[in-house]
Design a protein around this ligand. Structure first.
Ligand code: AMP
Ligand code: GLY
Length: 430
């Protein structure tokens, strides 16, 4: 069977790598893919990104299953397009993807269905938004309503920062330009919410509209610098499992967040199919609250999760698209997997492209280099995006996985490379 993975990040490299191990898989295409998927003899890059052209390709190649990586394709309606043409695809429809693409939609949904999350208000009028934060005080969290590639959230520790963030998002002349926000229909809106304290974890499940199977737990490191300092990024590293998700927290997340979400979406007439990723904030008492929903796998969480998955991913996703996830039980490697992201010079604000990459180690069963922002130019591997590589390793403990991941990246060179030296520090402490 032929499979098509949409996207070009480390997440897509890991998904394609795992799918290619499937018993019945004859070919995995990655559209558009990256320098790593180009080098893997089991994968083939296809230079298509347009939704209709992707569906044409899937039809012509008789693709048995398409899997969507990034949220932008979902918000563009790729699942709707494929389904309308009778093509099998795993992901949410455009309507269901609003759980991620519109923070206002997600917050209203959670309120309506009693799903634990931070208290909030939505504003389109700047004066009302400014007055509201003055009444609430800091710390307070300011979010743009539309998709902003992880940059549309400001955790304001002072009122001054909060006011500035509101102006970035709502000022008519700025039009969200400063944050690169894609506004939803109806124009710029800002979500202002209560600051939650605790520890974050990524809680990702597979959904077929009705049934749910949880993936191994994971945690990522969003800040650029060691000690969780510096600006927010898409994620500088991740590991699985996440010790903060105890069996008790897991049960609460399933019963109080995931199941009410799936049932609520079905009741609202927009059944959710695809990966559902609840970003949890877990307080000192072990109570999880939803910080955000993503309607896709996490990046870089996917890289360690795929290294631990023992089940045949194609078979699992075929069952997910058949609506028979109630018959699926996933098998996991008991070891810990940990991935360290190597980012380009200038990431996250202004990543530089075109730096030559050398010294990649050979892939091994317990250590893999998943590519993200890489491209092959005249046979030479170069940086082509912010997050360049995710060096991921398995080990008997967090420390061992950490050790192997860092040992595996010592020879990797590119000008201006940035990476954290403390990925996994919270899990080590526990
Ligand atoms: P989001 O894009 O909504 O996931 O927000 C990005 C990051 O901002 C999250 O991973 C958290 O670290 C932080 N954050 C978002 N909302 C809150 C909140 N209500 N309280 C504390 N931190 C938050
Ligand atoms: N690593 C966070 C995300 O994928 O959204």
């Amino acid at each position: 069977m032929k499979v098509l993975v949409l996207g070009n990040g480390g997440r897509e490299h890991a998904l394609a790598w795992k799918l290619a191990q499937g018993e019945r898989v004859s070919q995995v295409f990655v559209a558009p893919g990256n320098g790593g998927t180009a080098r893997d003899p089991l994968l083939k890059n296809i230079p298509i990104t347009d939704v209709k052209a992707l569906a044409d390709f899937a039809e012509a190649e008789k693709i048995a299953l398409a899997v969507v990586g990034p949220e932008a394709y979902l918000a563009a309606g790729v699942v709707d397009e494929f389904r309308a043409r009778g093509l099998r695809i795993f992901g949410p429809t455009k309507a269901a993807a609003q759980l991620e693409s519109s923070k206002a939609f997600a917050k209203d949904f959670m309120k309506r269905h009693g799903i634990p999350t931070a208290a909030y208000e939505v504003f389109s009028d700047p004066a009302a938004a400014h007055a509201y934060v003055d009444g609430q005080g800091a710390p307070i969290v300011i979010k743009a309503d539309g998709l902003a590639a992880g940059k549309g959230v400001v955790v304001a520790t002072s009122l001054e920062q909060a006011h500035e963030a509101i102006d970035w998002i709502l000022a008519p002349d700025a039009n969200g330009g400063k944050l690169g926000v894609v506004h939803n229909e109806g124009g710029a809106r800002v979500v202002i919410e209560q600051f939650l304290s605790g520890e974050e974890a990524s809680f990702i499940v597979l959904c077929d509209g009705k049934n749910v199977v949880s993936l191994a737990t994971s945690q990522d490191h969003k800040r650029l610098l060691d000690g969780d300092e510096g600006p927010n990024t898409g994620g500088m590293g991740a590991y699985s499992p996440a010790p903060v998700v105890t069996p008790n927290v897991h049960a609460k997340a399933m019963h109080e967040i995931i199941m009410p979400t799936i049932q609520g979406m079905a009741r609202d007439g927009i059944p959710f199919t695809g990966f559902l990723y609840a970003g949890l904030m877990i307080d000192e008492l072990g109570q999880p609250r939803t910080v955000e929903f993503n309607t896709r796998m996490g990046d870089p969480e996917t890289q360690p999760i795929m290294m631990r998955l023992k089940s045949d991913l194609l078979e699992v996703l075929l069952q997910a698209t058949d609506g028979t996830l109630d018959q699926v039980e996933l098998q996991w490697d008991r070891r810990v997997a940990l991935g360290v992201v190597m980012a380009a010079h200038g990431y996250p604000l202004a990543p530089r492209k075109g730096d030559a990459i050398t010294g990649l180690p050979a892939d091994a069963e317990d250590a893999m280099v998943f590519h993200a922002g890489t491209a092959e130019v005249d046979g030479q591997l170069q940086t082509s995006g912010g997050r360049v590589l995710c060096v991921t390793a398995l080990g008997e403990s967090v420390r061992k996985a950490q050790q192997l991941a860092y040992d595996s990246l010592v020879n990797i060179q590119f000008e201006g490379k940035q990476f954290r030296r403390d990925i996994g520090h919270r899990a080590v402490k526990r």
